[in-house]
Design a protein around this ligand. Structure first.
Ligand code: SF4
Length: 213
């Protein structure tokens, strides 16, 4: 991505955020309370049939006022058991990636497109996303991050509503919801299988650091 394009994108998003948050005109909302309200609305969710095979629903975790949010596809086996996002081997790698950009997991927010593990780690189905993703949308609307990092093909394609490959989507900041930018990168589970791709993920993290600067 060219430096000029990046500055134009940043300026556009800053302008949109100012329009949406005119400071004194609008009282600042309590993001932590709003997130708790969303969690309460979700309850012991049985809106789709994934509730029949899950152990624990994985809502999301982190800072309610995070500038940076990571969004994956769906909980895996470890997450399903613990009820926390990205806690298995790929979670450990994600923690290292977050540390590499000078942040902690407590400073960012981590969630998934859907909140219950699909059996056998299959991809979420269209109707499951349609039912579940409005809760993620509410989380994003509440947190209003400056940057969202979409982890892996599925999350990136779903959030950007495209079938373009992750290889072509990554390396760029995409306007998202008019007040933030979305940077796709490879899923940590993929990086464990293909460590040669870590270099590109590091480039994506450098782009994120530029956007947050
Ligand atoms: S995947 Fe989402 S909609 Fe389906 S049961 Fe779990 S929380 Fe509810």
């Amino acid at each position: 991505m060219l430096a000029h394009d990046l500055e134009q994108l940043k300026a556009h998003v800053i302008h949109q955020r100012q329009l949406q948050n005119p400071g004194v005109l609008k009282p600042k909302h309590d993001s932590a309370k709003d997130l708790a309200d969303i969690r309460r609305d979700l309850g012991d969710c049985r809106r789709c049939h994934l509730h029949t095979t899950r152990n624990k629903l994985v809502f999301g975790a982190g800072n309610a006022n995070a500038e940076l949010m990571f969004v994956g596809e769906a909980p895996g086996a470890d997450e399903d058991l613990q009820g926390e996002p990205f806690v298995g081997r790929s979670g450990q790698l994600l923690s290292k990636i977050i540390a590499a950009i000078g942040k902690t997991r407590e400073q960012v927010y981590i969630a998934n497109i859907i909140k219950c593990r699909p059996p056998g780690n299959r991809n979420p189905e269209v109707h499951e996303i349609a039912i579940c993703s409005p809760f993620l949308d509410r989380q994003i609307e509440t947190i209003k991050p400056k940057v969202i990092c979409a982890l892996g093909t599925f999350a990136a394609q779903t959030m950007l509503n495209t079938d373009t490959s992750i290889g072509r989507l990554r390396g760029h900041a995409h306007p998202y919801k008019d007040y933030c930018l979305l940077v796709p990168t490879y899923h940590p589970a993929y990086l464990l299988r293909s460590p040669g791709k870590k270099k590109e993920t590091w480039e994506d993290m450098q782009l994120i650091m530029q956007l947050l600067a």
